[in-house]
Design a protein around this ligand. Structure first.
Ligand code: C5P
Length: 334
């Protein structure tokens, strides 16, 4: 019989796998079905909207926890957020890093082709493990290190560029979630070195921020939803600044919702939901397991797209990569 903690751990990982698979499918579908000009919405507005939705959901959950009383909610926020500026300020670090990470990934995608970007970004599996060891003093057995290296190789192979005739449209992985919401990948490639450095920095930011948040929700007294509210509060501010710095003119001329379609909204909602599930996974499972759940969903979404959209033909590198991902999962568990 599973304990409540074990149950929540498995449930959060399962929901993350389903959420990531669904989001990848919707993103892919939106790219296949959109015409030349649709979907050209401003990505920074979509990122901001998903942060606002996350903040609202966090507040609603806290309201539910305080039995629907607005007065109790206000008291709780005063006591846990305003009266503890030191604790609240701790969330400024991941909020800033996630915002920088999103922007770095955008920079990476404008300077690198999507395949190189995706493959290089898999390094975050190792940076996450490294930070888990350094910051949480996690001890990994030899088979677990080996499985992490295998996982990285497996996901890399799964996303390895297919031959020209098979590569339409390009694969979009969960790792592009924040940025690929609307990034137009066919921009002229700029400086590859800048792109590579941006992805590498994102790998470190992703690993560090994830483990930092995990440490806060596992080893400090404030609840997950208070921590999420603090993170969302700062994220709304940093996402607004990032939006103004990058796209103020564009938004001023064509409006905040330019290029929005129903699919855009679905992606924004899924993205917000995904962030909340990621937080649950960090609390009840851990960041390393999050990497495994994401890898499985990358394989699943590719297989689904083969059956549902017939836009993908399994290649040898995909099949061997998928087998390695599955083997890595089994190896890590034993
Ligand atoms: O690529 P990576 O796994 O680092 O992405 C994590 C995502 O989860 C980011 O988009 C971040 O904004 C989101 N997140 C969140 N709430 C948390 C932790 C992460 O929305 N508590």
């Amino acid at each position: 019989m599973l304990s409540k903690a074990q149950f929540l751990k498995h449930l959060s990982l399962l929901v993350l796998t389903i959420q990531t698979t669904t989001l990848v499918m919707v993103l892919r579908y939106s790219r296949i079905s959109s015409g030349d000009n649709s979907g050209h919405y401003v990505s920074s507005t979509a990122i901001l909207l998903s942060e606002i939705i996350k903040l609202m959901v966090c507040l609603l959950i806290l309201l539910y926890q305080t039995n629907g009383s607005l007065t109790s909610l206000t008291q709780l926020l005063r006591k846990e957020v305003m009266a503890k500026p030191g604790e609240t300020a701790k969330l400024l670090i991941p909020a800033l890093l996630y915002t920088i990470q999103n922007n770095l990934l955008f920079l990476a995608l404008t300077n690198l082709d999507a395949a190189t970007y995706q493959v290089t970004y898999q390094l975050k599996i190792l940076t996450t493990a490294l930070f888990s060891v350094l910051m949480l003093h996690k001890r990994l057995a030899l088979n677990q290190w080996l499985s992490l290296v295998l996982l990285m190789i497996g996901v890399t192979l799964v996303q390895w560029p297919q031959s020209e005739t098979q590569s339409q449209p390009k694969d979009i992985s969960s790792d592009e979630l924040e940025t690929a919401i609307s990034v137009v990948i066919d921009e002229p490639l700029g400086n590859r070195l800048i792109g590579l450095l941006a992805v590498l920095a994102s790998c470190f930011s992703s690993g560090f921020s994830g483990v930092y948040f995990e440490k806060l929700v596992k080893y400090t007294s404030q609840s997950l939803w208070i921590r999420n509210t603090q993170l969302a509060l700062f994220s709304v501010i940093t996402a607004t600044i990032a939006m103004c710095v990058q796209d103020f003119d564009l938004i001023y001329i064509n409006g905040f919702f330019q290029g929005y379609t129903t699919l855009t909204w679905i992606v924004v909602l899924l993205q917000a939901f995904g962030g909340l599930v990621v937080a649950l996974v960090m609390k009840y499972a851990d960041n390393i397991l999050k990497g495994f759940a994401t890898s499985i969903s990358i394989v699943l979404s590719t297989v689904c797209s083969y059956y549902l959209m017939t836009d993908f033909y399994p290649t040898t590198s995909f099949l061997s990569g998928a087998s390695i991902v599955i083997a890595a999962n089994i190896l890590y568990a034993f």
